[in-house]
Design a protein around this ligand. Structure first.
Ligand SMILES: [Zn+2]
Length: 284
C-alpha cells in the first residue's frame, strides 16, 4: 500500500474525497471525521485548510518559491528575496517552510492543516503562521483543545517543536497509524527516483552532492526527528533495564538457596521388580 509512488505523491489512488477540495486515505478520513465531531461538541468548527497534495503541486510550490514567483519567508516570517540567495541558501530557506517535492507529508493522505473559520476575525485571511495558533493568537483555544484530544483519535503534530529544519507548525496534524508506515517507506533513494525526469529547481547534480545534508535533514526532521530529540530517553530505558538485570542477579543468593532447597522425594530404584535369575546370555 505504502509504495514508492504513494509516499512521494505520484499517485492519488490511495485517497478518497473528504469534502470539496480535500482528500485523505479512507482510514484517516474516518478518524478525522470523529475528531471533527468531538471538536463540534466542544464548540469548534474544525476544518481542513490543506490535505492531500500530489507531487506536481508540491513541485509547483517549490519551484515558485525558488524562482521568486511565490512569497518566500525567513525564519521570523519576514519576506525574503529568493533571487538574491545562492542555490544552497535558497533551498535551505524554502525548506524551513516547505517540503521538497516528493518529501511532503501531505503526499501521504494522512496529514492535514486545520483551522476554525469561526475563530478567524472578520476580514482576516488564513495565513498558517505560528502567531495565529500559539497563545495570544485567535486559534489558541483550538490549539489548546487539540493538545488534549488529538491523541484520542490517533492524531499527533509532527512539527510540534523546532528541530532545525522545519518550522513549528501547530496547524499540521497527522494520522499516526498510517503516517508511521509512510515515514518508514520514504528514504533518499525513493526521493531521488521520484525526481528522475522532473524539473525540481535547485536539484542539479552539483547541488544534490554538495547539499546532500539538506536532503537528509529534510527527511529526518520530518520522520525520524523524534530519535534525534529523544535518543537520551532510549538510553535511559536501556540503562534502567541493565541496572534492573544486575539487581535481579544479585538477589540470587547461593547459600540461602542451598539452605532452603526443597527436599527431593526418596529415590526409588525399583530393584524389587527384578527377578533373581540372570538373563544375560551365557558364553558358549
Ligand atoms: Zn501541513
Amino acid at each position: 500500500m505504502m509504495d514508492a509512488l504513494t509516499v512521494t505523491g505520484r499517485t492519488d489512488r490511495h485517497v478518497i474525497p473528504l469534502e470539496p477540495g480535500h482528500r485523505l486515505q479512507p482510514e484517516a478520513a474516518a478518524a478525522f471525521g470523529q475528531l471533527q465531531h468531538a471538536a463540534a461538541l466542544a464548540g469548534f468548527s474544525l476544518r481542513p485548510a490543506n490535505s492531500f497534495r500530489d507531487f506536481e503541486r508540491q513541485m509547483g510550490i517549490w519551484n515558485g518559491k525558488f524562482h521568486g514567483q511565490r512569497p518566500l519567508l525567513d525564519r521570523q516570517s519576514r519576506p525574503l528575496d529568493a533571487l538574491t540567495l545562492a542555490t544552497g541558501a535558497r533551498c535551505e530557506a524554502i525548506l524551513h517552510w516547505s517540503a521538497l517535492p516528493g518529501a511532503s507529508r501531505h503526499h501521504w493522505g494522512t496529514d492535514l492543516d486545520i483551522y476554525d473559520p469561526d475563530l478567524l476575525p472578520p476580514g482576516a485571511r488564513l495565513q498558517l503562521t505560528p502567531e495565529e495558533y500559539l497563545p495570544g493568537g485567535y486559534f489558541a483555544p483550538l490549539t489548546r483543545w487539540l493538545d488534549r484530544h488529538l491523541g484520542d483519535y490517533s492524531f499527533f503534530r509532527p512539527y510540534a517543536c523546532y528541530r532545525g529544519g522545519v518550522a513549528v507548525e501547530p496547524w499540521h496534524i497527522s494520522y499516526r497509524p498510517l503516517a508511521d508506515r509512510a515515514a518508514q517507506a520514504l528514504n533518499p533513494v525513493v526521493l531521488l527516483q521520484a525526481w528522475r525526469g522532473q524539473e525540481v529547481a535547485g536539484s542539479a547534480r552539483s547541488w544534490r552532492i554538495s547539499s546532500g545534508a539538506i536532503l537528509t535533514i529534510s527527511i529526518r526532521s520530518r520522520s525520524m526527528g523524534w530519535l534525534a530529540d529523544y535518543w537520551w530517553v532510549v538510553l535511559l530505558v536501556l540503562a534502567g533495564m541493565l541496572i534492573g538485570g544486575v539487581k535481579a542477579l544479585r538477589r540470587v543468593d547461593a547459600t540461602s538457596y542451598l539452605k532452603n532447597r526443597p527436599e527431593l522425594p526418596p529415590h526409588r530404584d525399583n530393584n524389587a521388580q527384578w527377578d533373581e535369575e540372570d538373563d544375560w546370555p551365557k558364553k558358549p
